[in-house]
Design a protein around this ligand. Structure first.
Ligand code: GLN
Length: 253
């Protein structure tokens, strides 16, 4: 009797293991079955994503809604730390990330990217009245949002800038507040969010283009989730070609 029970238990356990391995919770099929798709983002990045009346809005949520509509499911948005997004997508804790995310070689090793839907470049925010023509971030205390390209490509990677110190924040908005408090000399962040922060602090901050490399924004999905990526690409392609993405950028800027 004992033997039979053990064999039965083992069989059940092995079967459960197979079931567990087989299901891909983020596949297009699973998304349709669940009736919802989850977008992961960090809503401190206007005009791409920001919080307004307790809701995450912006260019990326609008594009994500079009993707949800194309699939015929509800869109859910999870607002979280930027530097955890790639790991969350990689481990299937959400279906895709849409966060003004730049395609980088390091990230490409961990997730798959959609087509580029827009481009950007890093800007530098400084205290108003700074002579931006002669300003150099070399030897300065630099504030960045942790894990962004401003952090990885410039502030922390000594190839372009030799910072005196790098201070990492949860958002570039928090970093910019520390310019005003004299805790950092400048903040490196993508062009449009930089302009938005300056617009909201017109009397105290300004920003300029230091002429760094252009970056491509894309949505990220779990590796080998081809069917979902195909839908995302189809929607993005259409919105880029029709000029809708540019229109959304203007609308939320
Ligand atoms: N484009 C930058 C990056 O991908 C910043 C994105 C963001 O802060 N949302 O790292």
């Amino acid at each position: 009797m004992k033997k039979i029970i053990s064999i039965l238990l083992i069989t059940i356990m092995v079967a459960a293991m197979f079931v567990g391995c087989k299901g891909n919770e983020n596949s297009l099929e699973a998304i349709k079955k669940n009736g919802k798709i989850t977008m992961l983002t960090n809503a401190t990045f206007a005009p791409f994503e920001f919080v307004e009346n307790n809701k995450v809005v912006g260019v990326d949520p609008e594009l994500a809604q079009m993707i949800a509509d194309e699939i015929g499911v509800k869109l859910e948005i999870t607002n979280m730390d930027f530097d955890l997004l790639v790991d969350y997508v990689k481990t299937g804790k959400g279906d895709f990330a849409a966060a003004g995310m730049t395609i980088t070689d390091e990230r490409k090793k961990q997730v798959d990217f959609s087509i580029e839907y827009t481009t950007s470049t890093q800007y530098i925010i400084v205290k108003k009245g700074t002579d931006v023509k002669s300003f150099s971030p070399n030897g300065k205390v630099i504030g960045v949002q942790q894990g962004t390209t401003g952090d990885l490509f410039y502030a922390s990677d000594k190839k372009v800038i030799q910072a005196k110190e790098v201070k990492r924040y949860k958002s570039s908005i928090d970093a910019a507040k520390d310019i005003l408090l004299g805790r950092v000399d400048c903040v490196i962040v993508d062009e449009l969010p930089a302009k938005k922060i300056v617009e909201q602090n017109k009397d105290t901050l300004e920003c300029f283009n230091p002429g760094y490399e252009p970056e491509s924004y894309a949505f990220a999905v779990k590796k080998e989730n081809k069917e979902l990526l195909d839908v995302i690409n189809k929607v993005l392609q259409k919105q880029v070609e029709s000029g809708k993405v540019k229109e959304l950028v203007l609308k939320h800027s």
